[in-house]
Design a protein. Structure first.
Lengths: 267, 164
């Protein structure tokens, strides 16, 4: 469920950063929320994890209806790194070092999973959108850099297949349930009926190319066995029986490579 | 004005039809029937009467049937001497085992129309099994079997209220 949980997400980011022993040992504190400006409470270096003034970035042209009661939303969070070293150069070097550590840690866990067991992802995907260094403090001993991370939270459409649960779909599934018919005409060639010949039912699902998942899907396809899959939409969940008949790479853009699978449904 | 009939509201729709074969007292229904054809052929002799008009006299019939189904394991028997009349194993055992005999089966071709009453048409007959084509064909997902023979006894071919 795509609930808005700013505090939970911030706590998760703190847990991920704190789980890195090197970073955690280097920091005096990794703290929830904005600074209260009581400097004596915050010996540098330390990290503040908070949200911007307007953390909720979801834009939706259509709004929420009964069929889309659980949409995705986009949220932004800020990781502020504060250093205060012996001189400006040392502070700046130290700051860049921490920025590298923090960005590496966050990029290694883009779904913000619980860091020990790598379960319970907080988001579908994330990216670092900005790393400004506080302009007024440049050249000083006390420096502040803010790493912005944008998270896509919740997935309205997910697929359970090949032993994986909750695979988020990149785009809405295309489902085709087609009755092939013969047209029946009368003597004046007016269509009086359509008579059923047969039916087909399939759906296409676009997912991110994750090697383990695609490998399992290929095995599933080559086994040619009838399997069960569950497609979850905002308005409900449907269990299908059938076979995977197609695994096609879609166009890759930016850092996202996607794969479209075709599932032939049998009844 | 002629009375219109054979309208779409009475059409027999392909997807509703099925074929049954009798084994003992039980009718078995083919679940993957693909085609069935029942061809009624009357053999005749023609001659002229004493006044020169054309006459035709029945001398027999060569009516045949043929149906095609997907091949399935239960079309075959596990017994060395098959007893299940509905199986290809039984047909072949009858055909090849000495003394050779021609398998005779009872078939019911059931059609269902769009008619609001008496929607079913049931063509029932007994027939020989004379041709058994077991075909593995490239491009097909499931192998197929074509069975055909000659109709011996026409039982009935009538419209009725319910499927048998």
């Amino acid at each position: 469920m795509a609930s808005i949980d700013f505090a939970g997400d911030i706590d998760r980011i703190i847990a991920i950063l704190a789980n890195n022993t090197i970073l955690n040992n280097a920091m005096r504190n990794i703290k929830f929320g904005e600074s209260d400006y009581l400097k004596y409470d915050d010996p540098a270096p330390y990290i503040l994890v908070t949200a911007p003034n307007s953390p909720f970035k979801t834009r939706d042209s259509f709004g929420i209806g009964e069929g889309s009661a659980d949409p995705q939303h986009t949220a932004q969070y800020l990781i502020k790194i504060i250093v205060d070293s012996k001189n400006a150069e040392k502070s700046e070097r130290e700051l860049y070092g921490f920025i590298k550590q923090v960005t590496d840690i966050l990029k290694a866990n883009p779904r913000l999973k619980e860091p020990v067991g790598l379960t319970d992802p907080k988001c579908i995907r994330s990216f670092l959108f900005d790393i400004p260094i506080e302009a007024g403090k440049r050249g000083q001993e006390r420096l502040v850099a803010t790493i912005g991370i944008q998270c896509q939270v919740g997935s309205a459409f997910t697929l359970d297949i090949a032993g994986f649960t909750g695979i988020p779909l990149i785009s809405k599934p295309i489902e085709r349930e087609i009755e092939t018919v013969e047209n029946i005409y009368d003597t004046r060639r007016i269509r009086k009926n359509i008579s059923s010949i047969n039916e087909t039912h399939s759906f296409f699902a676009e997912i991110e190319y994750i090697n383990a998942q695609i490998s399992a899907l290929r095995t599933l396809k080559r086994n040619r066995a009838i399997v069960s899959t569950t497609l979850t939409r905002p308005s409900g969940t449907t269990v299908y029986s059938g076979k995977v008949t197609e695994i096609s790479n879609a166009a890759a853009f930016d850092q996202l490579e996607t794969v479209t699978i075709k599932f032939e449904v049998i009844h | 004005m002629p009375t219109l009939y054979n309208q779409s509201s009475d059409h027999v729709e392909n997807y509703k039809g099925h074929v049954e074969i009798l084994d003992g007292a039980t009718w078995y229904k083919f679940d993957s029937i693909l085609d069935i054809s029942v061809l009624t052929r009357v053999d005749t002799e023609k001659h002229y009467s004493t006044n020169g008009s054309k006459k035709k006299t029945t001398i027999g019939d060569s009516s045949t049937y043929q149906f095609r189904v997907k091949q399935s394991a239960d079309l075959y028997s596990t017994l060395a001497t098959p007893t299940e009349v509905r199986t290809i194993s039984y047909f072949k055992n009858q055909i090849y085992t000495l003394p050779r005999s021609l398998p005779i089966i009872s078939i019911r071709a059931v059609s269902e129309s769009n008619a609001s009453s008496n929607a079913f048409i049931v063509d029932q007959f007994t027939a020989t099994v004379e041709n058994i084509d077991e075909v593995r064909e490239e491009g097909k997902g499931v192998q197929e079997v074509v069975i055909s023979g000659e109709i011996i006894t026409h039982t009935s071919d009538k419209r009725q209220a319910a499927a048998p």
